[in-house]
Ligand binder design. Structure first.
Ligand SMILES: [Zn+2]
Length: 264
């Protein structure tokens, strides 16, 4: 490219970036206030962006519309802020020299983990994703020896796995004794519904998303225990903080309400 063209192109790009930044700042004006705090971008807002979708669960359309759901700055959802707040409150001061295995890393989490002192952080995904620094890992056959990690974070992954008990056993295997796994899946009531005979379209009707293999219930705890974990279940009611509107309710909030804190 000629030098003049290169200069014009660079000027256009920087003008475009300035406009994008200005647009974003104007967009944030709508959310001014202090009622909510996003722990991931550490910003306060008077309200959050709504989220909405209609899923067909057990053959019945269910409206998941939720006010005050998405962070207007970083895009985090309620479950991300809930889980991050839980980890911050649980660890208090993060120890140095942690080894962390993180499946399908959520934006914001990965940057935070990478910034811990002397951390050995492995972000991974089933798909190769070197541009995000992720290692390709099949959760059914994790390529690490047993007793490798202090902390595993695996959020909204297991519902995609046909043989989730095998995946859970793999998570248990690669954790060090005393290590912790933070696991979360969408939860729909006390009891799991799982019919391996359903095809993609049928799963879409029953589970809302064809890629989901079941509707998990709180009885997932029994499966985690079967794999050898000591399990505590925490809900958004147990974790204080203005990362969400605790008085609000919606099918979306209900399904993302729980996390499973598993100790090897
Ligand atoms: Zn945020």
């Amino acid at each position: 490219m000629l030098p003049l063209r290169r200069t014009i192109s660079a000027l256009r790009a920087s003008t475009h970036e300035r406009y994008a930044r200005l647009r974003h700042r104007l967009h944030l004006l709508k959310y001014l206030g202090t009622r909510f705090h996003c722990p991931l971008c550490d910003r306060r807002f008077g309200r959050l962006q709504p989220s909405g979708a209609t899923y067909t669960l057990r053959g019945v359309p269910v409206d998941h519309f939720t006010a005050n759901s998405v962070c207007p700055q970083c895009g985090s959802g309620i479950r991300h802020r809930f889980i991050f707040t839980f980890l911050q409150q649980t660890y208090g001061v993060w120890p140095a020299d942690l080894s962390i295995l993180h499946f399908a890393p959520e934006p914001g989490f990965a940057e935070f983990f990478r910034g811990l002192r002397n951390v050995r952080y492995v972000g991974c995904d089933l798909q190769p994703c070197p541009e995000r620094g992720l290692q390709q890992v099949d959760i059914l056959d994790i390529p690490f020896p047993e007793n490798s990690f202090d902390l595993i974070v695996c959020v909204h992954v297991l519902e995609h796995i046909r043989d989730d008990l095998r995946a859970i056993r793999e998570l248990h295997r690669v954790l060090k004794p005393g290590g912790k796994a933070l696991l979360a899946v969408p939860i729909y009531g006390p009891t799991t519904f799982d019919d391996p005979a359903l095809d993609f379209e049928q799963r879409q009707l029953m589970y809302g998303i064809g890629d989901h293999m079941r509707l998990n219930g709180l009885d997932l705890q029994a499966k985690l225990t079967e794999a050898g974990f000591r399990v505590q279940v925490f809900s958004t009611d147990d974790v204080p903080g203005d990362y969400m509107d605790h008085a609000a309710s919606s099918p979306h909030i209900e399904s993302d309400k729980y996390l499973f804190w598993c100790v090897k």
